[in-house]
Ligand binder design. Structure first.
Ligand code: PA5
Length: 445
């Protein structure tokens, strides 16, 4: 089970000050359960892990199997909450070099629809030429421009290359039950489709087909992933006392640090496979809390890589930051430092040690240095990079986010701010229905 340690925040904030959040955290947890605060129409994620049925999982696995049997490459088209969860889990569990291997056990998963880079899309379409590929088109609204644009290109290429009939078999839609262009297309073309529940927002959707289908296609065990999340759901349940509820303590600690002027939380890993877990976390916390001119700014770094870039700022820059480190207790593989007779690189003092021992000393040394430099440190330890632990971690962050947002006093489940750029973009592109906005924006240029 994952564990939380906040001891290295003491000295910046007190244990008592964290404990003083007990009532607020309890009220926030109850509000999530009872749906008594703003955003209560988006609480479908709360009991997802324990309520996903065996039949739902079997349907996802059966569809994954169709894609696995018929595709060497599967493009997952989506953005934001319709993208990051799947990528986070797949990258955390994947061999870093499978991508380059000739013979592959699983289809290669490629993500698209999360940018409008012409070069990216051109290179993708070039790469897919002659390949047996399929597409999972993910969009809750079914109208997101980035995703729709990528899907238009991919659908045409898939049909041209594989024929309409096969394309129909290897294109899957995950979208709203009734509305949106993705639903219209899926129904008209007869694609296999899954519904994103109305009451689950994008950034909380990783344990719906949005995350589970791509993860299953990639070859990972979605039952174990959901099982890990369900175990955490239990640990962070309504009846768990504050002192034993790690998510509530994390939420309380970061709110207290924020009140004491620590406006930026830097999520840290010492394992590059966690890079996209950090990206997922940034969206979860950024979109949930950054509103009403409030909210901790969520940032992320990969250590020790970024110790050689951002390390200077973290050690000695403005003291408005705190760190939350995700530490993986045990690597999945063992590699020892070899001894070298000549010792030209001077590394014989490490001979015989596991590489992870060096990494762990980098981790400990960094923690002590950063605390000495004025950076409070929260530590989350996960046992290993496997489906259960990642499931636990995802749910831990989700429920902590709900509690934290309510303690902060915002609605953690809306994202009104993301509409502003879309409105301008549509106006600039003369989208039908945006005539007045187009006129107004042209006048500003
Ligand atoms: O969390 C969110 O709501 C957003 O990040 C959305 O997931 C993102 O904008 C994509 O939206 P959609 O799934 O409607 O295409």
């Amino acid at each position: 089970m994952i564990s939380l340690n906040i001891e290295k925040t003491f000295g910046f904030i007190s244990k008592e000050s964290v404990e003083s959040y007990e009532a607020a955290a309890k009220a926030a947890r109850e509000a999530l359960e009872n749906g008594t605060r703003p955003g209560n129409d988006f609480l479908g994620w709360l009991h997802l892990p324990s309520s996903i049925s065996a039949a739902d999982l079997a349907e996802i696995k059966a569809t994954a199997q169709v894609l696995r049997e018929n595709c060497e490459v599967v493009i997952v088209a989506g953005i934001g909450g319709s993208y990051l969860g799947a990528r986070a889990v797949i990258e955390a569990l994947s061999n870093s070099f499978t991508w380059l291997q000739e013979k592959k056990e699983n289809p290669t998963i490629i993500f698209a629809g999360h940018n409008i880079g012409e070069d990216y899309l051109y290179e993708l379409t070039e790469f897919l030429k002659g390949k047996k590929f399929g597409v999972i088109n993910i969009s809750k609204s079914g109208t997101t421009t980035e995703t729709a644009l990528a899907f238009r290109l991919l659908k045409k290429q898939c049909e041209d290359q594989r024929g309409k009939e096969t394309a129909r078999k290897v294109i899957v839609a995950i979208t709203d039950a009734k509305k949106g262009a993705a639903r219209t297309t899926a129904d008209k073309e007869g694609y296999k489709s899954f519904v994103i529940p109305d009451n689950v927002g994008g950034r909380f959707s990783v344990l719906t087909p949005v995350g589970l289908l791509p993860i299953a296609v990639a070859g990972y065990d979605i039952e174990k992933l959901v099982g890990g999340a369900a175990a955490m759901e239990k640990v962070c349940g309504l009846d768990t006392p504050f002192a034993e509820n790690s998510a509530a303590i994390y939420a309380a600690t970061r709110n207290e640090l924020y009140q004491q002027g620590k406006k930026i939380e830097i999520l840290v890993n010492f394992n590059p496979k966690l890079h996209y877990v950090m990206e997922w976390w940034k969206q979860l916390y950024g979109e949930s809390e950054g509103k009403e001119n409030k909210g901790i700014f969520p940032a992320a770094v990969d250590f020790s890589t970024d110790l050689h870039s951002m390390g200077q700022w973290i050690q000695e820059g403005e003291r408005t930051i705190f760190e939350t480190v995700i530490s993986v207790a045990t690597p999945n593989n063992e590699l020892h430092v070899p001894s070298d007779a000549e010792n030209l690189d001077g590394l014989n003092f490490l001979a015989g040690k596991r590489v992870d021992e060096v990494n762990k000393m980098a981790e400990l040394g960094t923690q002590l240095a950063h605390v000495d430099g004025g950076v409070p440190n929260i530590r989350i330890v996960i046992p290993a990079l496997n489906e259960e632990s990642i499931g636990e971690l995802l749910y831990f962050f989700e429920i902590a986010c709900g509690i934290s947002g309510y303690i902060l006093g915002v609605n953690p489940f809306n994202q009104p701010g993301v509409e502003a750029y879309k409105k301008n973009m549509f106006a600039l592109l003369n989208k039908p229905g945006y005539e007045a906005e187009s006129k107004a924006i042209q006048a500003r240029l």
